[in-house]
Design a protein around this ligand. Structure first.
Ligand code: G6P
Length: 365
């Protein structure tokens, strides 16, 4: 109903704009800057969390991209190897030593069949399981050993927006928690990360405030042959997610690539009619990605740089600046590209909240 959309044309637009509020809910009461450790209501005991040497993340779709981002957040802070699997590809081999592994499902709905099935495969040899989810009382919460709620509020648009940002935020809190429990993260460094998490809602608001600029770019490039998104490190999963968002709701050809892989194939697709959206956030090796920007510019592609205030991309044809939030910077840039996807799809007159062939929650394998 129009009332449910609170004056927005689509739920997706409403949910994009709800993100500062959703993030405040996700972090409220969970930041303890004094100890540098997130206060999370986690039942898994510290002795267990100290004993593990691997985390296996299982997820689908947008939640898989949140899992990839989590790997980039956890591994530098914690002495644990993080493996991220698409839930539908997850396998447990006979004889696997289950004791030192935590299997972590990321699922907004808590009902995705592929993810539930992966968790059941992990439980068979006795692995400990954990869920990061938006939905209290969902099937996953009844099957795992413990859950962490992202508190994003209900999401109705099929394309996940606020739940992605809230998932990554909850996983960033979990990363600092683990680092402090295991002693690999100092109180000071933990406090720095928590400070950036605390600044997220306002940073996201500043992106929402620049919507008119993003809408203009969407109008300018709506008729392009294809859209490519490139990023490194923390920004690589965000490049994948931004491309997924655009293809889901606009049906345009959109692909995300690791920036360094461009020259190993995708570069063949680049023309003056394929805008390239490049993540140049401070925490995502902007210097190296800049080399890839030059590669595509020399093929005539228009580049939209996702930059931070300190490295504003005067070398790109266009740039969208976001506050520099360290390792969370690419997450803030993602919000700009949610708006870009929305406005491209809206220009095309697509049914944004209910794209053809897609479902909010897929309960078949
Ligand atoms: C469906 C939705 C996606 C979502 C995926 C995983 O495909 O259309 O937006 O990312 O399921 O959903 P989950 O609820 O497990 O996060």
């Amino acid at each position: 109903s129009a009332a449910g959309k609170a004056g927005h044309d689509h739920y997706m637009h409403k949910e994009i704009h709800e993100q500062p509020h959703a993030l405040r809910q996700a972090i409220s009461g969970r930041i303890d800057e004094l100890s540098g450790k997130a206060s999370l209501d986690i039942d898994l005991d510290d002795e267990f969390l100290k004993s593990i040497d691997e985390i296996q993340i299982v997820a689908c779709g947008t939640s898989y991209h949140a899992g990839l981002y989590a790997k980039e957040l956890i591994e530098p802070l914690v002495d644990i190897t993080v493996r991220v699997d698409l839930a539908s590809e997850y396998e447990v081999y006979d004889g696997y030593d289950a004791r030192n592994t935590l299997v972590l499902a990321v699922t907004q709905s808590g009902e995705t069949a592929d993810t539930l099935s992966a968790i059941r495969r992990a439980k068979a040899p006795g692995m400990t399981t954990f869920a990061v989810t938006n939905t209290v009382g969902s099937t996953i919460t009844r099957e795992v050993d413990d859950s962490l709620f992202i508190k994003a509020g209900p999401e109705i648009g099929v394309a996940a927006t606020k739940t992605f940002v809230s998932q990554v935020t909850a996983l960033a809190l979990f990363a600092t928690y683990l680092g402090r429990v295991r002693g690999t993260l100092s109180a000071g460094d933990g406090a720095d990360i928590l400070e950036n998490i605390r600044r997220l809602p306002n940073a996201v608001q500043s992106v929402l405030d620049s919507e008119s600029q993003i809408k203009r770019l969407a109008k300018q490039y709506v008729d392009s042959d294809a859209f490519f998104f490139i990023g490194r490190g923390l920004a690589q999963p965000v490049a994948l997610e931004s491309a997924l968002k655009l293809k889901e709701i606009s049906y345009a050809h959109a692909e995300g690539f690791a920036a360094g892989e461009l020259k190993h194939g995708p570069l063949a697709l680049v023309t003056e009619n394929t805008p390239v959206l490049a993540f140049l956030n401070e925490s995502a090796s902007p210097g190296e990605t800049f080399n890839n920007v030059k590669e595509v510019e020399s093929r005539g592609a228009p580049v939209i740089g996702l930059t931070t205030e300190s490295n504003s991309g005067s070398f790109c044809k266009h740039s969208i600046d976001v506050p520099n939030l360290g390792r969370l910077g690419p997450l803030v840039s993602n919000v700009a590209l949610q708006l870009f996807a929305y406005h491209v799809a809206n220009e095309m007159g697509r049914p944004i909240d209910k794209p053809r062939n897609l479902a909010k929650s897929v309960t078949v394998e």
